[in-house]
Structure formats: structure tokens, C-alpha cells
Design a binder for this molecule. Structure first.
Ligand code: FAD
Ligand code: SF4
Length: 510
């Protein structure tokens, strides 16, 4: 039977069981499509990374003797739309069966189901063989539970997969070393220079422009740093183990204006495109830890394992449990628009300037920059979660809806009413001052709550608590903050509210 097998841009899994045998009756198809590149405005580096990784995957398929078709974005016969590409290939190659791997995005899942129901030939969907869990394992795990606590899920995953376990006891006799993962970085240990592949990407960038795809953000045409093949992905993993792992946990929550990446792995694109599996990453990291236990402590490794075995799988499970309603949630009824400086980086707030400019330059910011600087600001200024989601989905190299949306709309914007986070991740400037060196070089004064030089995070924080106090009144985890709010001097509070209103209506002048 002649088969057509679709491989989407984030399904670049060379270890998939589909590829074990070569079959001259099977044709694989990969396509760069306007449909996928234009549904939201993406960072130029993100489009380049996906196209390059897809092209390298296609070359790897061919060199292993598989039959494969590839549509580049500028090819004259590229139908640019998933349904048309499938129809075109079925007709041209007299295909008798169509096969695909379950997509990770709800939108594509629906589209492929519709396409298959309209096909006149047989079709079948297969697992992508990437994650530790299936789409619905998390729903089963929390069946009948009100609170979907990540920590409970994570511990069950550790036991189930025997990762960092001594029999039934966690290595280090503790499940979680979160409390050890909060050091401020003051330059006490040097940060190794970042791994960069210095790939020349002029050709693909020219093709993206020629195809009329509108992108944003910056790119260095001679020095593209992201891995775009399985070999390069392993190099990033190796680099992480040898150079960064020993301080990963300590500085996981730190920020520093001179260090964009600190000790973070930058493996998210390699994993989200499926060039590497989470299993390969964790097994490599844990084996490296066991070989180097004198130099590397358990708190560094546990911190890393928790992100991948815990958070990454949990976030995916929440996505499939809650979609499609999740995409519309906005419990705090936030409605403001993103300021222009999200696209230009022009703001006087030093912390925001660094986090946004870095995002525009690198298509990357690490977790705490995403959560406690940018996300904190958008929540405090009550931006509509649709706007926040679209920006995060466009800007980051690793942003695919299944992982971007629960992190952004849920964890960071509390738009899901606490499905992921039991309280909103908001803070005044003092947290930013504690975890970074931003405030010492800022135009604003982190100690002030109102007045011309007051740190906007301070003003906005108290205003946010006041505006949302009805919503949070029954939330025990907010009780301490609400008590402090109730004790505020009314005159001071009035000044804060006037100033906050001024900031929200003129965000671009701050
Ligand atoms: P490291 O710090 O080295 O962590 C290792 C790995 O752990 C990451 O590569 C990632 O695969 C995983 N991980 C860590 N935290 C999370 C998490 N919360 N959810 C899922 N995986 C996690 N991650 C994405 O992959 N895509 C996104 O679109 C995305 N959007 C985010 C939006 C917001 C508002 C926030 C707060 C977080 C978001 N994250 C997202 C999670 C996290 O910020 C990134 O995974 C991480 O910064 C990627 O960099 P790294 O590979 O250097 O990570
Ligand atoms: Fe950010 Fe406020 Fe610190 Fe400036 S003073 S860097 S705005 S937290």
C-alpha cells in the first residue's frame, strides 16, 4: 500500500519507530508553510530555526534511504496550506493511505481530524513518541482532585520512571531542593560563554523575506546560535553538562544585566522541535551527575530534572485537559493593550529594557525574566491575556502553543483562575531588586511607591492588589498581602492609584 506520512515542523524525531525500516512504498512529507509562519507574527530567529531544523531533518531522512518530499517556502509548487499539500501529494503520488503523528497543538489536531474525515483514502494517527506522558495521563492522575499540584505529579513521575531514586527514596532524601535554587548572582563564579554554532543563515532569511512573511526581532546572519540538527542538539546538551550544570540549581531564579543566559541550558528549542527527547536529556544529565558527584550537588540536578520531568510534562497535561476553553480564559477581566515598547525595547525601566531587548535580540529570555519581569508587568498593568499570549507565542524560539499558553495565560497571567498557580505571580520592585542588579542602574527608585521617580512596579503592585481585592478575598495564599494592603495609609493609597492610572494610560512614556 502506498503511504504518505506527514511530519510537522515540531516533529523532528529521528528516533521515531516510523523510521526504523525503509519502505519504498512510504513517502515522508515536510513543508514550510505560510499557514504556520503567519498565524501569529513570529520572531525571525524562530522561523529560521524551524526551517533550518526541518531542512536538516529532511537531509537526514534522505541520507538514511527514506523517500521524502520537501516544500521550501519559496517553491513555486508549494500550496502553502496543510490541506492542499496533503491533497496535492495524494494525487501526484497515487497515495492509498495517509498517516500523521498526533500534533501537540489543539488547532492542528482539529485541522488534521477534519482533513482526514474529508479524505477518500484511509488515514491513521500515531503517537509522536516524544513525551514521558500521553496527552491524558495528567487528567487521569488528578481525576476527582480539586487542586492540580505540580509537586504531587512530579513525585509520581520520579517514582514511575525511577529517576533520581534510591529504591523508593529520593536521592538526597528530599524530593525538592527548590529552597536552594534562589541565589542572587553577583559574579562570584564566571558564566561560561554561550554555545554558538555561528551558522550563516542569509539564504533562509532572504527566502523568508521573498515569501512575504512578516517577522520581528533581530538576527545576526553570520552567527546563528541555535542548534538546528540532532547532532548540534547533542552538542548543546554536552555543553550544558560539562559547563553549566554545576551551578544550574543555585542560580535558576537569578537575573543579571551582563549575563543573558546565566547557567540555563537553552535546550528548549531542541526539545520542543523533538530533535532531542526529554528522556535523552534527563538520562544524559543524570549519568553525567553520577560520574561527577564530587563536583555536582544533587540540588543542581534535581532542579533541572524537576523542570523537564515535572513542569514540562505537567504543562502539556494541563493544556490537553483544559483546551479549548483555556484559550479564552480571562478571570481577572484584564483588557489593556500591550505598549509599543514590547516591539521596540524602548523603556526607562531597566529590568524591562533588559528583558525585552534580550528577547528581541536572542528570541530568548529565561524563566524568571519571562515570569517575574515581563509577565509581572503585563499582569500588573492588566493587559488582555490574548495580547500577552500572542507576544509570547511570537517572540520566543521555543514557543509552541501547548507549552506557551499554560505558562503565559495560566502561570504568569492567572487568567485561568488558579488552575496552575495558587496565587498570582506579582511582585513589587523589591523582588526584582533582591534577585538582580537591575535596580542600581535604573532611572527609577526601587524604594519609592509614588512620585516621579517611583519604581512603576511598586505603584502598580499596590494598585493591582486594590483593584483585584474582591476577586482574591477568599484566597488564603493572598491573605498576607491583603492584610498589608488594608493597613496602607489612605492618603498614600490615593496617590498610588492616581500614579498607577497615569502609568497604565501612558505606558510607553515609562
Ligand atoms: P532551562 O532553565 O535550562 O530549563 C530546562 C528545561 O526545562 C527547558 O528547556 C524546558 O524544556 C523545561 N522547562 C522549564 N520550565 C518549564 C515550564 N514552566 N514549562 C515547560 N517546560 C519548562 N517554555 C517553552 O518551552 N516554550 C514556551 O513558549 C514557554 N513560554 C513561557 C512563558 C512564560 C510566561 C513562562 C513563565 C515560562 C515559559 N516557558 C516556556 C518555560 C521556560 O521559561 C522555558 O522553558 C525556558 O526558559 C527555556 O530555556 P532553557 O531551555 O534555557 O531552560
Ligand atoms: Fe525595574 Fe523598578 Fe528596579 Fe527599575 S527600579 S529596574 S523599574 S524594579
Amino acid at each position: 500500500m502506498k503511504k504518505l506520512r506527514l511530519i510537522l515542523g515540531d516533529q523532528l524525531n529521528l528516533k521515531h519507530s516510523w523510521l526504523v525500516e525503509k519502505d519504498h512504498n512510504t513517502i515522508y512529507v515536510l513543508a514550510e508553510m505560510r499557514q504556520e509562519s503567519a498565524y501569529v507574527k513570529h520572531h525571525i530567529q524562530k522561523v529560521v530555526a524551524f526551517f533550518m531544523a526541518m531542512r536538516n531533518f529532511y537531509t537526514a531522512l534522505q541520507s538514511r534511504g527514506h523517500q521524502a518530499l520537501y516544500f521550501q517556502i519559496t517553491d513555486g509548487d508549494n500550496p502553502q496550506d496543510l490541506e492542499k499539500i496533503i491533497a496535492f501529494c495524494i494525487e501526484k503520488y497515487k497515495i492509498e493511505k495517509f498517516e500523521y503523528q498526533f500534533p501537540d497543538e489543539y488547532r492542528l489536531d482539529q485541522q488534521l481530524k477534519t482533513i482526514c474525515s474529508n479524505l477518500k483514502i484511509e488515514s491513521e494517527a500515531f503517537d509522536s513518541e516524544h513525551f514521558y506522558t500521553t496527552r491524558h495521563d495528567l487528567s487521569d492522575f488528578f481525576e476527582g482532585k480539586k487542586l492540580l499540584l505540580m509537586e504531587n505529579f512530579y513525585r509520581s513521575m520520579r517514582k514511575k520512571h525511577h529517576l533520581l531514586m534510591n529504591g523508593s527514596t529520593p536521592v538526597g532524601n528530599q524530593w525538592n531542593f527548590d529552597a536552594d535554587n534562589r541565589k542572587k548572582y553577583k559574579g562570584e563564579v564566571p558564566v561560561p560563554s554561550e554555545k554558538n554554532f555561528h551558522t550563516n543563515v542569509s539564504k533562509v532569511v532572504a527566502q523568508i523575506k521573498e515569501a512575504g512573511i512578516i517577522t520581528f526581532g533581530n538576527i545576526d546572519l553570520d552567527n546563528f546560535s541555535w542548534p538546528t540538527s540532532r547532532e548540534q542538539s547533542f552538542e548543546v546538551l554536552d555543553y550544558f553538562c560539562k559547563n553549566l550544570l554545576k551551578h544550574f540549581g543555585d542560580y535558576e531564579d537569578a537575573m543579571h544585566t551582563d549575563e543573558k543566559f546565566l547557567f540555563h541550558s537553552r535546550l528548549s528549542f531542541a526539545m520542543n522541535s523533538k530533535m532531542l527527547s526529554p528522556k535523552e536529556v534527563l538520562e544524559t544529565v543524570i549519568a553525567f551527575y553520577h560520574d561527577n558527584e564530587i563536583e555536582i550537588t544533587i540540588s543542581q540536578v534535581e532542579g533541572f530534572v524537576r523542570q523537564i520531568l515535572g513542569w514540562r510534562e505537567y504543562i502539556r497535561g494541563i493544556y490537553w485537559k483544559e483546551m479549548p476553553d483555556y484559550a479564552k480564559m480571562n478571570v481577572l477581566q484584564n483588557k489593556n493593550k500591550l505598549p509599543d515598547f514590547f516591539w521596540t525595547g524602548k523603556t526607562k525601566m531597566n529590568c524591562m529594557s533588559h528583558a525585552i531587548n534580550q528577547s528581541l535580540d536572542e528570541a530568548y529570555a529565561h524563566h524568571i525574566q519571562r515570569l517575574m519581569i515581563i509577565g509581572n508587568f503585563t499582569l500588573l498593568t492588566q493587559i488582555h491575556p490574548d495580547e500577552v499570549d500572542a507576544w509570547y507565542l511570537g517572540v520566543y524560539i521555543d514557543a509552541i502553543e501547548w507549552v506557551e499558553m499554560p505558562n503565559t495565560r495560566g502561570m504568569s497571567q492567572y487568567a485561568d483562575g488558579g488552575i496552575i498557580a495558587t496565587k498570582p505571580y506579582v511582585s513589587s520592585g523589591s523582588y526584582i531588586n533582591k534577585m538582580s542588579n537591575n535596580c542600581s542602574k535604573c532611572h527609577y527608585n526601587v524604594k519609592e511607591k509614588f512620585g516621579d521617580k517611583a519604581c512603576p512596579f511598586n505603584t502598580l503592585y499596590w494598585n493591582f492588589l486594590d483593584e483585584k481585592k474582591e476577586y482574591f478575598k477568599g484566597n488564603q495564599r493572598m491573605a498576607m498581602m491583603m492584610n498589608l494592603l488594608n493597613k496602607m495609609n489612605p492618603e498614600e493609597m490615593y496617590k498610588i492609584k492616581v500614579k498607577a492610572n497615569e502609568i497604565i494610560t501612558n505606558m510607553d512614556s515609562y
